[in-house]
Design a protein around this ligand. Structure first.
Ligand code: C5P
Length: 218
């Protein structure tokens, strides 16, 4: 049998993480936060003395990631790095390691391994285009840069992490540029993706729209 997959791709801070998690919960599906895998690789690189040019070593880190996902916490070996991987500097490094073809290749089987019954919601940049091309529903979430910067700012404030909205906005525009312009698996909507602009759409409305689309297809 073909295990159903819903892919939710889109730029930084488009709300896809939150939305994907809720959709997965409502359907009792598994959830793949593919960005976390690039962030885990980035964190390991930042903690080592490896330079970004050292493609072989970075790919080797990606293919041997000692990661574990449990109760919405993320572990690297035995360390809970759930908060550490959300830092801006880790996100920026993640978009750099994610542009390395060998790193992307090293993470493919880890990602496809998340596809288990009764189904999977995968969130990232290339879920619908590269990792799960046969997904039953492909969603592409967007929102204006201003709105996304505001959302990220609010998230950080709630966690008590100091932030500057202008530099957040610049960081996310720069990260989007790197993600959309890279040669390997760039951030683009799949041809058969449904695009949803969430600039003026709340989380609940976005979730509902996706659940409706899924119900129409299954
Ligand atoms: O989604 P998140 O912000 O956690 O992802 C961090 C970075 O990982 C992104 O900026 C992107 O460069 C990379 N990424 C990717 N492909 C994915 C998920 C994330 O290239 N499927």
């Amino acid at each position: 049998i073909n295990i159903p997959v819903i892919t939710i791709d889109g730029p930084t801070a488009s709300g896809k993480g939150t939305v994907a998690r809720i959709v997965a919960e409502k359907l009792h599906f598994h959830y793949l936060d593919s960005g976390a895998l690039y962030r885990l690789t980035a964190l390991s690189v930042l903690r080592s003395n490896i330079k970004i040019e050292d493609v072989g070593q970075i790919a080797s880190i990606a293919s041997h990631l000692p990661c574990r996902f449990a109760d919405s916490r993320i572990f690297l070996a035995d360390e809970d790095v759930s908060d550490a991987i959300r830092k801006e500097e880790v996100g920026i490094m993640a978009s750099k390691v994610a542009a390395i073809p060998e790193v992307r290749k090293a993470l493919v089987s880890l990602q496809t391994g998340f596809r288990k019954a009764p189904g999977l919601v995968g969130d990232g940049r290339d879920m619908g285009t590269v990792i799960f091309p046969d997904a039953i529903l492909k969603v592409f979430l967007t929102a204006s840069a201003d709105i996304r910067a505001q959302r990220r700012y609010k998230q950080l404030m709630e966690k008590g992490i100091p932030a500057n909205i202008d530099s957040l906005r610049n960081d996310l525009i720069e990260r989007d540029l790197r993600d959309t312009q890279r040669k390997e698996s760039p951030l683009v909507p799949a041809k058969d993706a449904l695009t949803l602009d969430t600039s003026h759409l709340g989380i609940d409305e976005t979730v509902e729209r996706i659940l409706d689309w899924f119900a129409q297809r299954s």
